[in-house]
Design a protein around this ligand. Sequence first.
Ligand SMILES: C[S@@+](CC[C@H](N)C(=O)[O-])C[C@H]1O[C@@H](n2cnc3c(N)ncnc32)[C@H](O)[C@@H]1O
Length: 215
Amino acid sequence: MTTPSDLLAFLDAAARQPRSVGAIAPSGPALCRRLAQIVPRTHVSTVVELGAGTGSVSDAIGRRLLPGSRHLAVEIDERLADRLRARRPDLDVVVADAADLRAILRERGVHRVDAVVSGLPWSLFPAAVQQRILTAVADVLAPGAGFATFAYLHALPLAGARGLRRLLDDTFDEVVASASVWRNLPPALTYTCRRPTARSTWATPCVPTAYPAWL
Ligand SMILES: C[S@@+](CC[C@H](N)C(=O)[O-])C[C@H]1O[C@@H](n2cnc3c(N)ncnc32)[C@H](O)[C@@H]1O
């Protein structure tokens, strides 16, 4: 649950780094639960969370993980990461750029993960960054593993969100958009993605570094 102190920390980060937070409040319980459903409850697993923020999604993930599971939370903002580490000492909180996911896992001796959950502000990223992160995600998923992320409804017509949807469809064989989660500020939907497509094509970037203005 988001406390008033979480909200203040989130607003502080949004004011300091508006180009990397990209939200007006932490994700609400309904959205967090929906995202966390990608985390298997059937076996001990390794899960990566990208853009953990104040930890609202981290808590929903934690409620699903079986004892002995591993939860890595990647957060680029050092203050948010320090705060989350203090509140959730059971998490491995890494201050890093999600684009470096492969290196982050390599340093920890992790080769494959059972789920990746993203809270990243995709619409703020150029297309090349979106692709780099999604390629890394697809690369580290174990067979049968899945990826979940969200998009705000009001932003869906914008170039960044449309570009993300195209990249998801290129990167995964199955992309399922959820029903709208109205009880969130702002309302959102989730994408659940499985079965990465042919990896050989990922080595060559095939999207422009920025979307043309008319998109
Ligand atoms: C929209 S907030 C979501 C926070 C939280 N997961 C939630 O749902 O409430 C986006 C978070 O992603 C972090 N972030 C932005 N760019 C990032 C990057 N390249 N790598 C890791 N974290 C990033 C921001 O600092 C922020 O905490």
